[in-house]
Design a protein around this ligand. Structure first.
Ligand SMILES: [Zn+2]
Ligand SMILES: [Zn+2]
Length: 163
């Protein structure tokens, strides 16, 4: 299956293209149907060529949506949950995550650099949410559920420190 997504093709060149839709790749993944994605001022750094971004990357690091699928290892988040997605991707169990420094997770970025995020230069291979669907790694840790559409609304809460 394919989805529409905003794809970076080079400086000053982005386009809405049909790309492969995201799948559950690991048991701890979720896939969300994106309902809202921001275009951020930070997107201008790659767009204007100041920060190198791989051609083919899907932009969008400020995302909200409804959970569409979860892996077998996800138990706190369920299909139908309405979620707000933090920009940083964190494993939840490494030394930095345990210290609360989830913005500097030591495991999420395959390059070994202590930071990962969606659709952004040098923050790993993770596609962003200016798209119909978004894959979220370590979904139980990275998806603070703000309202639970299955059972009505509940108070906002966050499990990942923001700063
Ligand atoms: Zn931003
Ligand atoms: Zn971590």
């Amino acid at each position: 299956m394919t989805m529409k997504a905003v794809v970076y093709r080079g400086p000053f060149d982005v386009a809405t293209l049909d790309v492969d839709d995201p799948r559950i790749e690991k048991p701890t993944d979720a896939v969300i149907r994106v309902t809202t994605a921001n275009i951020c001022g930070s997107d201008l750094h790659p767009y204007e060529g100041r920060a190198p971004l791989d051609e083919g990357m899907v932009l969008g690091h400020e995302n909200m949506g409804v959970v569409a699928a979860v892996g077998d290892g996800v138990d706190r988040i369920a299909v139908g949950d309405r979620v707000s997605v933090p920009f940083n991707i964190a494993c939840g169990t490494c030394r930095n995550c345990n210290a609360g420094w989830t913005n500097a997770c030591l495991r999420a970025n395959p390059s070994g650099k202590p930071t990962a995020g969606y659709g952004y230069p040098q923050m790993g291979p993770y596609w962003g949410g200016q798209a119909e669907y978004l894959r979220v790694p370590w979904a139980d840790f990275n998806l603070p559920s703000s309202t639970r559409s299955r059972t009505g609304s509940r108070s906002p809460r966050s499990t990942t420190p923001r700063r």
